[in-house]
Design a protein. Structure first.
Length: 118
């Protein structure tokens, strides 16, 4: 899907022979229910903080997989700044943090309920 985002002007998402969506990559990304995904490599995050992070403004979902914290936002601006401020205020240590917009993979998953397959 990364190549599709780079090379294609218009995209059609098809699942089991049925057209689910068509448009530019930006138009299709608007179909995703998330606005932003922030991944944080945390150091010894205590479980109690996950519930607190879920209550921050615009947060849609929070998951912790090993030492990777994934926070998805449904809308808003400055989400990354607000999360960093929260982590600092709670003295939560982290090594890396990055933010990304939804991908076509996210859109496909949203529309089909399935991961992309060959």
């Amino acid at each position: 899907m990364e190549e599709v985002e780079i090379l294609c002007d218009r995209v059609i998402i098809i699942d089991k022979g049925k057209i689910l969506a068509t448009g530019t990559t930006d138009e299709l990304k608007e179909l995703a229910r998330i606005e932003e995904k922030v991944t944080v490599e945390v150091v010894d995050l205590e479980i109690q903080y996950i519930e607190k992070i879920k209550k921050l403004e615009n947060v849609d979902e929070v998951t912790l997989d090993g030492n990777l914290l994934l926070v998805t936002y449904k809308q808003g601006k400055n989400n990354l700044v607000n999360l960093i401020d929260y982590l600092k205020s709670e003295n939560i240590k982290y090594n890396k943090i990055y933010s990304e917009r939804p991908t076509l993979n996210d859109v496909f998953l949203e529309l089909t309920g399935k991961e992309l397959r060959d």
